[in-house]
Design a protein around this ligand. Structure first.
Ligand SMILES: C[S@@+](CC[C@H](N)C(=O)[O-])C[C@H]1O[C@@H](n2cnc3c(N)ncnc32)[C@H](O)[C@@H]1O
Length: 248
């Protein structure tokens, strides 16, 4: 059973507050994702971990139909209240159970949710099955360098001259990470870069683009902490096309 941390009341209100101010999503990750969205005119779209549904609403302006799924009823309540439309449906569903979903999609999108999935191989093979021929998957997740260290307290270090470094440990130890993010024990999954690439390829995807978003001066002026992204990226994005499933 997957963790549903966004339904924790304190976590939810803290996350809402975060998204209302200058934040990493709007200044860094969302623009990089938006630049990779294909033309959606007349297409069917699935958004996995759709949260507030803001992207579902944007996709619905051109797409024929949009399905947003999320495990959190608090997030979906906002989506249904603020970002609904005649061609959008929201479903409460765990992405680990995508085999329960019907339909065929031209485009699968997921912003900052895949690092919550325990079984990436199953998730990607479900996505492959749900996509039409030549369908596209576009997803972002926390960067493997950012998820690696088990002890989260010692990540940034300064030398005597004031230079800042990011300390990485445990990179090759894949699996659960217990992270403090507003509350203790938020569960993320750490996977190496090669595991993600090989999972995509073994599910039958052909990678078209991989992006590690980097802020410009304008974004750093709005949120100075983003300067740290030059030391190490927080997010990684993959865009891939459905190919044939490999016969091993
Ligand atoms: C960081 S938020 C991103 C929300 C949205 N994609 C956006 O860009 O604004 C991650 C979302 O993934 C959802 N999520 C986490 N684990 C999930 C799971 N196992 N199945 C479905 N959704 C999940 C959360 O409830 C949350 O809404």
């Amino acid at each position: 059973m997957s963790q549903n941390i966004f339904d924790d009341p304190f976590f939810f209100s803290s996350y809402q507050e975060l998204r209302e101010g200058a934040n990493y999503n709007d200044l860094l990750e969302q623009p990089a994702m938006a630049a990779l969205v294909p033309d959606l005119t007349g297409k069917s779209v699935l958004d996995i971990g759709c949260g507030y549904g803001r992207n579902c609403l944007a996709f619905s302006q051109k797409a024929a139909s949009v399905t947003g799924i999320d495990i959190s009823s608090r997030m979906l309540n906002v989506a249904m209240k603020e970002n609904c439309g005649g061609n959008i449906r929201y479903l409460r569903m765990d992405m680990e159970e995508l085999d329960r979903l019907d339909g065929e999609y031209d485009f699968i999108y997921s912003s900052l949710a895949f690092h919550y999935a325990e079984n990436l191989d199953k998730l990607l093979s479900d996505c492959h099955r749900l996509l039409k021929k030549d369908g596209i998957i576009l997803f972002s997740q926390e960067h493997p360098i950012a998820t690696a260290s088990i002890n989260t307290d010692y990540r940034y270090v300064k030398d005597e001259e004031g230079n800042v470094f990011f300390k990485v440990a445990d990179y090759q130890k894949e699996g659960i990470r217990h992270v403090r993010w507003f509350v203790d024990d938020v569960i993320h999954q750490h996977r190496t870069f090669s595991t993600i690439v090989n999972s995509l390829s073994e599910a039958g995807f052909i990678i078209e683009k991989c992006v590690e978003p980097c802020p410009g001066k304008k974004e750093i002026r709005k949120l100075p902490r983003l300067r740290n992204e030059i030391i190490k990226p927080s997010f990684i994005i993959f865009k891939a096309r459905k190919g044939e499933t490999q016969c091993l």
